[in-house]
Design a protein. Structure first.
Length: 514
């Protein structure tokens, strides 16, 4: 499988995993409400929301370990199917053994921190229909499963580092679906919180052994060389890992703290419509950076091999795809406006065009900086931590000042202003410079075509809306989405796909064989 096909597969697998996650969330909630008391449902949802803890206690190790494995893989060449050379195997073996020991320590830290924090919180929890020992036992099982999950992160790093991008998402989504099916069966048979926690833990165990078995089957040579713990290698990973962790944590603060300011400054009743407007565009943003995220390990391979022109080609293609998707989807959402939110959530749930436009500008710029920095960081350029911390500090300061004066619009603008003053310009400047792409080239080959796409979609969607060709909101949503999707497909065909790819797709079309 070529690099391009592996990137496409990884992006598709990532998208599949996200869709499965959304479907699972929609499916499990009504079953929980039907078979458990309301208090028990609330306790379970509270206990299950622990994924942020795993991120916080990873300390950036996963990103750096994956990148180092990818760089070691790149010393053998850039062909994903080529056998690994002796130097690469030895270096990867040392990285795996060093990572294994580090993850054992992090697993212990995860268990102790999560168990202690849970005990301190749960002992003050006022419960009426649910027994406190049952809650504590369920939490203890989940803490063990979290620790085991941290330990198993090593195999995610190994698979992605050697080029099997997307398989971890596919396998994890499959196990999650099976876990959900067993949990639903348990609820129907009268199972409670402990049963749900045990099934969750068993699912995590299954993920770990499934990933390990897949790695052994696909790359048996990786397990034939016994590595050693390398203290020098570990010390070399500490600084970039901490910078990566600080960068990610700061961006999380910038993009995911609006609810606290909305609740304290404007009241919680206004938050649902505000959050709904953000989530529509945020989900579009997540899809837009999927290909860039999938490409990171291959960029590490190519950079290690000195193939800088190929790196630039992949980055520019990723930017045109991601920013084009944001532009086309964002233009459609902006033009549909109240029609979309009234049909989806009911009347009175449209937050207004000014806030929606701010969210679009924020997330389009975020997609640009994210795609560029993912590529730059894949070359071992972890230079964004201080700027990200600055963005988090500015976000809090701007939200307090602008929120008091302008309400919800001020809170939305605070995020855009904080990012514009820091990450949105510095990440683009630093990343393009690191990747040896001139800003003029970026403007001409990426920004200009994407801006043109935005205008075309906006005009094409606005025309039937202005002529009142759609009689209902749902007709407008379906029709507008179809128009935007068609124009986006033409854009991808002309500006994202390469001539050889277009020829192969055209040759496979049904009319080519008629």
């Amino acid at each position: 499988m070529s690099v391009t096909k592996r990137i496409a597969f990884g992006a598709a697998a990532n998208g599949f995993s996200r869709l499965v996650t959304i479907a699972l969330q929609l499916l499990v909630l009504p079953v929980l409400f039907h078979h458990l008391a309301r208090e028990a449902v609330g306790v379970w949802l509270m206990l299950a929301q622990t994924s942020a803890l795993l991120f916080a206690l990873d300390f950036g190790l996963g990103a750096v370990l994956t990148r180092r494995i990818a760089q070691a893989r790149g010393k053998t060449g850039t062909d994903p199917n080529a056998p690994l050379g002796g130097e690469s195997l030895t270096e990867i073996a040392d990285l795996v053994e060093s990572g294994r020991r580090l993850y054992i320590v992090l697993a212990g830290v995860t268990f102790l921190v999560s168990a202690l924090s849970g005990f301190l919180y749960l002992r003050d929890l006022h419960l009426v229909t649910v027994s406190l020992p049952v809650v504590c036992l369920s939490w203890g099982v989940l803490c063990l499963s979290q620790a085991f999950n941290v330990w198993g992160q090593l195999w995610y790093c190994l698979l992605e580092g050697v080029g099997y991008v997307g398989w971890d998402h596919f396998l994890t989504a499959s196990v999650n679906a099976a876990t959900l099916a067993v949990q639903i069966a348990s609820l129907c048979l009268g199972g409670g919180l402990v049963a749900l926690a045990v099934i969750t833990a068993l699912g995590i165990f299954a993920q770990r052994f499934l990933l390990l078995g897949f790695a052994r089957r696909r790359r048996p040579e990786l397990f034939q060389v016994r590595g050693k713990f390398d203290a020098v290698l570990v010390r070399g990973m500490v600084s970039p890992a901490l910078r990566s962790w600080i960068t990610g944590l700061s961006i999380l603060v910038v993009l995911n703290t609006d609810q606290f300011f909305v609740a304290s400054l404007s009241g919680a009743a206004q938050f649902p419509a505000y959050r709904a407007a953000y989530l529509v565009l945020y989900n579009l943003y997540i899809l837009s950076v999927t290909v860039a995220g999938t490409s990171a390990v291959f960029i590490s391979h190519l950079w290690q091999a000195g193939q800088f022109a190929e790196v630039q080609r992949i980055v520019e293609r990723n930017l045109r795809f991601g920013l084009g998707l944001m532009a086309a989807g964002g233009a459609c959402i902006l033009l549909l406006g109240p029609r979309l939110f009234h049909a989806w959530l009911g009347p009175g749930n449209f937050i207004g065009y000014p806030i929606l436009a701010v969210f679009f500008a924020l997330l389009w710029l975020e997609a640009q900086s994210n795609a560029i920095t993912l590529a730059s960081r894949a070359t071992e350029d972890e230079a964004f931590a201080l700027w990200s911390v600055g963005a988090a500090v500015l976000k809090i300061a701007f939200a307090l000042m602008l929120g008091l004066r302008y309400g919800l619009l001020g809170i939305a603008c605070s995020t855009l202003l904080a990012e514009a003053c820091t990450n949105h310009w510095y990440m683009v400047y630093r990343g393009l410079r690191r990747l040896r792409i001139s800003f003029r080239t970026h403007l001409l080959t990426v920004v200009l075509p994407v801006a043109t796409l935005f205008l075309f979609v906006a005009l094409a969607v606005d025309l039937p809306l202005s002529l009142h060709l759609f009689t209902t909101d749902w007709q407008a949503i379906i029709g507008g989405s179809a128009i935007a999707g068609t124009i986006l497909a033409a854009f991808i065909w002309c500006f994202v796909l390469e001539p050889g790819q277009r020829e192969r797709l055209f040759a496979r079309a049904p009319w080519a064989h008629s």
